[in-house]
Design a protein around this ligand. Structure first.
Ligand code: SF4
Ligand code: SF4
Length: 192
């Protein structure tokens, strides 16, 4: 059996985010008609799974953190939320739209919305839980390697991050700083 890896996440940098909402638009399109013109022509509601939050003068793009110990997975009474393929996935066919996952998510990253207009043909409004799926289906369909929001961001404020690669980069940066500071210290000064 292969080594269990941590889930990937979307890393957002508030330092460079312009608050332009391109990530939200691209997310909605990737999970809808697939192109903006088609969505507008088809009268589709645009429903992004991410949200750019303006707080204290800072723009912070928010979406599911793909928790390892996901509260939404524990709360779901029908087992519709599972850890699968390096992310927290919602199996929509098992979801009854009870919103327990919405209530326990610490990041407000899950929503449940009606998908069909109740016109008498349906017993329910068929709402199911939706959240960031790292564009897994869209990437598989389109052959893209990055999620739609990452591709759309004009300042590259969003990145799909593998945590081991992230740790490696962090270690290398700190190691370079330490090595430089040690260069200026003689052993005699440290231990007279
Ligand atoms: S939806 Fe919320 S609780 Fe569930 S994995 Fe994502 S961030 Fe965690
Ligand atoms: S990774 Fe995909 S699903 Fe997640 S916020 Fe970005 S565009 Fe939406």
């Amino acid at each position: 059996m292969g080594k269990q890896r941590e889930n990937q996440i979307i890393y957002a940098d508030p330092e460079t985010c312009l608050g332009c909402h391109s990530c939200e638009l691209s997310c909605a399109v990737a999970h809808g008609a697939g192109d903006l013109q088609g969505a507008v022509a088809g009268g589709q509601l645009l429903r992004p799974r991410n949200k750019v939050v303006l707080t204290g003068g800072i723009c912070m793009p928010m979406q599911c953190r793909q928790c390892e110990d996901a509260p939404c997975a524990f709360a779901c009474p029908t087992g519709a939320v599972v850890q699968e393929d390096g992310q927290v996935r919602i199996r929509e066919k098992n979801c009854v739209g009870c919103k327990l996952c919405v209530m326990v998510c610490p990041f407000g990253a899950v929503s449940v919305a009606a998908e069909d207009k109740p016109d008498g043909r349906f017993r329910t409004n068929r709402g199911v839980a939706k959240k960031c799926d790292l564009c897994a289906d869209w990437r598989a369909r389109s052959g893209r390697t990055s999620p739609a929001c990452v591709e759309a961001c004009p300042t590259r404020s969003l990145r799909l991050v593998d945590m081991e690669a992230y740790r490696r980069a962090l270690r290398e940066a700190r190691a370079a700083e330490l090595a430089l500071s040690h260069k200026h210290l003689s052993l005699r000064k440290v231990n007279p």
